[in-house]
Write a protein that binds this ligand. Structure first.
Ligand SMILES: Nc1ncnc2c1ncn2[C@@H]1O[C@H](COP(=O)(O)OP(=O)(O)OP(=O)(O)O)[C@@H](O)[C@H]1O
Ligand SMILES: [Mg+2]
Length: 414
């Protein structure tokens, strides 16, 4: 069936979708190249290439991943074999960007269909959380059809706000608490973040965060950015991403990455893959606003490591280096870190993890190990930051003037 790919009310392309597989079978015409999803138009040797494979990858990547917890059962419940088939049922609408599709020739308008200002059905969300399919009047129109990530999650309108409700995994269900701990650390360090809170339902903890995408702005993942052009031989993964952002005119990219890398060290994040951070842009003007507030920090703090190993295990590191120490070497500047602001963070985390409900998942030994791990990494970071500042100071002192040295001398007193 033929559709128009839309970006808000802008017609971007005329496409054909194979109803049997849910994938894009043909690009009939491109109307507005600049508004094509980022990374589906690629420049190779100064030649602009629009690849159906790239567009299709973007489109099918909008669907719930096959690795989502509980997805097989949910698909059986609605009698579908693939989550890609759900995309056309909600016009591909999401709460993270402003793309959608409409049947070719239809005069549907963004203001009438988008989920930012129109309500949506809870039916798919219920099935994703294990409920049986409603027999009559099942309504597929929901941003849950286009939500990414492995953890069970659903969008809900709570007190008029669009919120993402996300589960943890057994046995510790630690991810929701980790999200809140990461926010507490980021708040103290002045890192722009998506605030998460804990919601309890049937004695189970969920993290809840508001949609940080608005009717004006949209999220473009780091993954989409690195599709803009291939990595040059002289670039590592970090430089590839940074250079593309600089070439695209994204402001403050290095300072923002410094903050993310430092946070991920403190919380021993194991899953900062390229879809777990990104950029914000104005969906109409396409102007880059900057780094998106930090979200999805839950897969951290040894979330699935046995308690007795929590202080000795080696966390995986993503996206730039294989170890967090190595990744810290990419940080350009530590001078923004006010270590004193972290004083007392242990008590705050201790308080968060207290209580009968929490202790069903995270006992005293685990709570103490989580807190000790954080304290140890903050202490290490202090040393690393001090060495880094001294290194900078020495190299500056060697070839620059006394007044610069004076400016930096305060920062070495950590
Ligand atoms: N508050 C939010 N506002 C808008 N979009 C969001 C928000 N939180 C998450 N998203 C989008 O939803 C996707 C999935 O959310 P999230 O990364 O939190 O899930 P996850 O299951 O923990 O992911 P992963 O598989 O990476 O662990 C994100 O990659 C992002 O595109
Ligand atoms: Mg994620």
């Amino acid at each position: 069936m033929e559709y128009t790919l839309m970006h808000q009310n802008i017609s971007v392309a005329h496409i054909e979708i194979d109803e049997e597989t849910g994938s894009i079978s043909k690009i009939i015409e491109i109307y507005y190249q600049e508004h094509m999803p980022v990374g589906t138009v690629c420049t190779i040797h100064n030649e602009i290439k629009i690849q159906r494979a790239a567009l299709n990858h973007w489109w099918t990547g909008r669907s719930i991943p096959a690795s989502r917890n509980g997805i097989r059962k949910a698909l059986e419940e609605i009698d579908m074999y693939d989550t890609t088939l759900l995309l056309t049922r909600c016009l591909g609408l999401s709460l993270s960007d402003h793309y959608w599709i409409k049947p070719f020739g239809s005069n549907m308008k963004w203001e009438d269909v988008n989920f930012f200002t129109n309500s949506f059905s809870e039916d798919i969300g219920n099935v994703l959380f294990g409920a049986p399919k409603k027999e009559v009047g099942f309504d597929y129109s929901s941003p849950d059809n286009t939500s990414d990530g492995d953890l069970r999650k659903r969008w809900k309108i709570i007190n008029g706000k669009r919120c993402l409700v996300k589960e943890g995994t057994n046995p510790y269900c630690q991810q929701p608490f980790n999200e809140v701990i990461a926010v507490k650390i980021m708040e103290r360090l002045g890192i722009v973040n998506v605030p998460y809170t804990i919601m309890w339902e049937n004695s189970q903890p969920y993290s809840v965060c508001e949609d940080f995408v608005t009717p004006e702005t949209e999220l473009v993942s780091a993954w989409r950015m690195v599709q803009l052009r291939p990595k040059a031989n002289h670039e590592n993964v970090y430089m590839h991403f940074v250079n593309i952002c600089v070439e695209s005119g994204v402001p403050d990219i290095i300072a923002s990455l410094d903050r993310m890398i430092v946070l991920d060290y403190i919380i021993a994040n194991e899953d900062r893959h390229m879809n777990n951070f990104g950029l914000l842009r104005n969906a109409q003007t396409l102007e880059w606003i900057g780094f998106a507030p930090i979200f999805d920090s839950g897969t951290s703090l040894g979330y699935n490591t046995a308690t007795q190993n929590l202080l000795v295990y080696e966390p995986i590191c993503k996206p730039f280096k294989k170890s967090h120490y190595e990744q810290l070497s990419l940080v350009s500047d530590y001078s923004w870190i006010d270590f004193a602001s972290l004083d007392g963070i242990e008590d705050e985390i201790h308080e968060l993890l207290l209580g009968e409900n929490v202790e069903k998942y995270i006992d005293e030994q685990r709570r103490n190990a989580i807190i000790t791990g954080i304290s140890e990494r903050i202490e290490n970071l202090k040393k690393i930051a001090k060495t880094h500042l001294q290194k900078n100071f020495n190299s500056l002192e060697n070839d620059v003037l006394e007044d610069i040295a004076t400016e930096y001398s305060g920062e070495t007193e950590l």
